[in-house]
Design a protein. Sequence first.
Length: 335
Amino acid sequence: MNLTIRAVLTICLFTLILGCSSQPEPSSRGGRANSSVSVLEFAEIWGYLVAGREAALTQDLPITDIGYFGAELDTYAKLTSVPNIRNLSGFRGRKHLVVGSSGRALTYFALKEGSTERRELIRDLIQAAGPYDGLQINFENVPQRSAEAYLSFLRELRQGLGNKILSVAIAARTATLQNDAYDYTKVAPLVDRFLVMAYDEHWSGSAPGPIASMAWSERVARYSLSIAGAEKLVMGLPFYGRSWPSVNMNRAHIHESIASIIKDHNIETIRREFGIPTFKFQMPITVTVYYEDAHSLATRLEMYRSMGVRAVGFWRLGQETLDFWPFIGIEGGKP
């Protein structure tokens, strides 16, 4: 990617970060300036917190549950990077250890029934969850052939955790899919909380679009409620945004395509560095950005509450616009 494209993307992303992390004056943003919007109360409000970013959790936030993020599986399916719960000593609500795995092959390996790796992982998970109020499993790439193993894995954890809360973070669905490893009808009965990650409707590799459009969010919530029920369901909301450049030149090229670039952009100067031919050129690009502000978050929350959703969760603390928080509150006050 040439320097001009990098500069434009850097400026765009820097602007996006500022917009999501700063707290503008009420006169310039929604916030409390909009007196027609009342506080939206929920029985549970979950916030994901990444280890090392504890400063994002301040005592005035209306949070009942923290999902403490960072534990994962290493190459051998061993539990690693478990965050120290003492870092959350000032938080009065419930604390949940979140354990993630995103590799499809690793997840298959870790869940394989009868294996030593799975048996030791379950033991280590139960032990690591000891000082926490709950354990959340966030396995985002369970292969279809591991569907039954995933279910039995959750059953064993539920039994071993005793009175602690077992929750899952699960991919968003709007309907039952055939041969789905995340079959809501099978997973929901095995856990105490069912957090639906209702975001990434559009993602880095897709066409530009909302992280979670209102219509899509409504369909996800309606389906999730019908399966998990309001007592278990936690609807996840995004605090982040994404940007998509209209042109991405960061790729490998065969010689024929290099020759086309030289011709199409009238490249006249080709020099050598380290004995290798190289050139630079500039081209215009358009960057499309979708992000969340206080208004979009409050609108989605109001929709969820009107549907009967009693609990919501946010990915993740530290990414939000701070003028959002006055719009949400805990039923009955602070935890």
